[in-house]
Design a protein around this ligand. Structure first.
Ligand SMILES: NC(=O)c1ccc[n+]([C@@H]2O[C@H](COP(=O)([O-])OP(=O)(O)OC[C@H]3O[C@@H](n4cnc5c(N)ncnc54)[C@H](OP(=O)(O)O)[C@@H]3O)[C@@H](O)[C@H]2O)c1
Length: 315
């Protein structure tokens, strides 16, 4: 890749910053395409929600990460998600034309109503619980039709995370966190694994690829490790899944009425209550090898809590 020019959309975001640096480390020139500059390379302004496509002049390949991300209150924000994840994504596809294209999608496209204890890339993609999963699925379907390499990571963690860790910390009340149902097995994705898949993926055959850490984790173990690294010992309590789901509906409904951010939603309960293990064989067959990033992440969190400095804030 060392003489290529690679456009990275969303290069100022949590994952995009790691991806842009990984691309630069291969010797390629990076063009950060988005509303704000990335950590490296030239910046070209693009608002994915505007009617214009990105300027990709002189670009050899594209890695697309820009997206409306999050767990919006049910029934709200759907248009904002569609404007970026569907309409903006289509404009990006048109501009990329037949250049090599890596499209960062999400395991949230998979149907949550079905067993997810071993999910391969043919798992159905319907039944989404929020606008994020729904619009990511529509966007990636267009990318697959256009011949892109589509990556589906699940629950990305690492330095600068502004989604998972903040949500987990918000859920702690009086030194305890309440989790739905019994422990589950879950594939998590070190951001370094997503970044290495993005650079390698520019050379993979078109199609969808699950991306994650080499082995699934126990939910309760990881929650315990992370919370104790950030806040010290935290009790884990369990409630039956139907109780958590009913509470999430009430909380999300109330939040919609008063316009606040709900602590839990039916989507977050679903993510925490059921096994979610990705089958990585297709990505591994390319020669890509994920690493287990959890020990390094915990070390980073402990260092941050010791120094009082957060990578999510100081990126
Ligand atoms: N984090 C995870 O656990 C996870 C899991 C699976 C998949 N993913 C995927 O990974 C990608 C990156 O997510 P992330 O976790 O890094 O989220 P993030 O930190 O919120 O980054 C999102 C990026 O998208 C950009 N963006 C949003 N709206 C835009 C717009 N209208 N025009 C141009 N750029 C816009 C943001 O730029 P601004 O700062 O200007 O808004 C930011 O650079 C997304 O495609 C997401 O679906 C993430």
């Amino acid at each position: 890749m060392n003489r290529m020019t690679v456009a990275v959309t969303g290069a100022n975001g949590f994952c995009g910053r790691h991806v842009a640096r990984a691309v630069a480390a291969t010797g390629a020139r990076v063009i950060a395409v988005g509303r704000q500059p990335g950590p490296v390379g030239e910046h070209r302004f693009w608002d994915a929600a505007s009617p214009t496509g990105p300027d990709l002049r002189g670009v050899d390949a594209v890695i697309h990460l820009a997206a409306a991300v999050g767990d919006p209150r049910p029934g709200t924000d759907a248009d904002a998600f569609t404007r970026v994840n569907v309409d903006g994504a289509r404009r990006l596809l048109a501009a990329a034309a037949d250049r090599p294209l890596v499209w960062v999608s999400s395991a949230s496209v998979y149907d949550p109503r079905l067993d997810r204890s071993s999910v391969d890339e043919d798992h159905p993609r319907a039944g989404h619980l929020n606008a994020y999963g729904r619009t990511k699925a529509i966007g990636e379907a267009a990318a697959l039709d256009a011949g892109a390499v589509v990556l589906r990571p699940h629950a990305v963690y690492g330095s600068g995370d502004r989604h998972l860790l903040p949500r987990l910390l918000r859920a702690v009340r009086f030194g305890a966190i309440t989790l739905p149902g019994n422990d589950i097995r879950i594939t998590l994705t070190a951001v370094e694994n997503l970044a290495s898949a993005c650079t390698a993926g520019l050379h993979w055959a078109p199609g969808a690829y699950n991306i994650g850490d080499p082995t699934p984790h126990s939910r309760d173990e990881v929650v315990g490790w992370v919370l104790s690294a950030v806040r010290g010992p935290t009790r884990i309590r369990h409630v039956p899944v139907p109780v958590a789901t009913a509470a999430a509906r009430v909380i999300a409904g109330t939040a919609r009425l008063i316009g606040s951010e709900p602590v839990i939603t039916p989507y977050s309960v679903d993510q925490l209550a059921h096994d979610f293990v990705l089958d990585l064989r297709r990505a591994r067959a390319t020669g890509w090898r994920p690493v287990d990033g959890m020990a390094d992440y915990l070390e980073l969190l402990m260092l941050e809590s010791f120094t009082g400095r957060s990578t999510a804030r100081s990126r």
